[in-house]
Structure formats: C-alpha cells, structure tokens
Design a protein around this ligand. Sequence first.
Ligand code: ATP
Ligand code: MG
Length: 140
Amino acid sequence: MDCTLAMIKPDAVAAGKASEIQQLAEMHGFLIIAKRQLQLTTRLAEDFYAEHKGKAFFNGLVEFMTSGPIVALVLSKAGAIRAWRELMGPTNVFDARLKAPKSLRALYGSDGTRNATHGSDYPQSAAREIKFYFPNLQLA
Ligand code: ATP
Ligand code: MG
C-alpha cells in the first residue's frame, strides 16, 4: 500500500484539532501506520524544509514550525500522496477557502504559512520524510 508522511502543524495542535484531523483522515480511508508527537528544533525544521532554504518565507516557516508540538503521521491508502494532498487543499489557506472549502487547510489553517497540515509531494520525498521521523519503521 502507498504511504505518505503527514504532519499536523503547530497551529492545529495548539488549537486542539489533532484528534479531529486524524479522525477525518481515517474517515477518508487513510490508515494511521505510525504516529509521533514532538517539538521540532530549529535545526530539525531547517533540515526538514531544506528544499525551501533561501526563499523569502523560509525563516517564518521555521519559526512557525518550531513554535509548538507537531504530530507526524505515516498514512497509508491507495494513491496516498495525491489523496492526502487533495484532502489538505491548496497550500495557501485563502486559496483553500475559495477553491476547496471542505479541505483541511480551509477548515483548520489561518494564513499562507499557518496552514495546519503537511503532506509529502512525491514518492521520493515521502520516503525521505518518513525516514526523517520514523528511522526504524520498516514498510513492506
Ligand atoms: P507542505 O510542504 O507543508 O505540505 P506545500 O507542499 O503545499 O506544503 P511548500 O511549497 O512545500 O507547500 O511550502 C512549505 C510550507 O511553507 C507551506 O506549507 C507553508 O507553510 C509555507 N509557505 C509556502 N509558501 C509560502 C509563502 N508564499 N508564504 C508564506 N509561507 C509559505
Ligand atoms: Mg511541500
């Protein structure tokens, strides 16, 4: 079965929405294979988002991602990567509210950076990100 790496970001965890988001994931047919709640350090957040280093929003993103605990999840479903990104909606919450009002980011995010959830974008990034949080997880 295909897997993706999801995060419930600090805004949604602080708002007490982590369980609700996991329930929605399960209602949409995702299986939660692994789960960890942790606080990212600056170094870990910079590593995780290394592809965005040098972009105008990078420092704000790292600051946001280290502002409180996150929940990292390995989700499994056929076509998991695409299906999870579809359920999350567009990156920008204002776009999400217009184009996908029932999406997770429309429902739980608050702006361009504080958008409640993360999902891997390609199989290679899913593999890297799953290893980042769950180095000992063996996926069949
Ligand atoms: P994620 O990787 O978190 O799932 P994404 O793949 O939809 O989101 P990316 O382009 O990878 O979007 O950006 C990573 C994160 O950086 C976004 O989720 C958002 O929190 C933040 N971000 C992206 N673009 C901007 C922007 N223009 N202004 C502010 N923050 C941004
Ligand atoms: Mg991304």
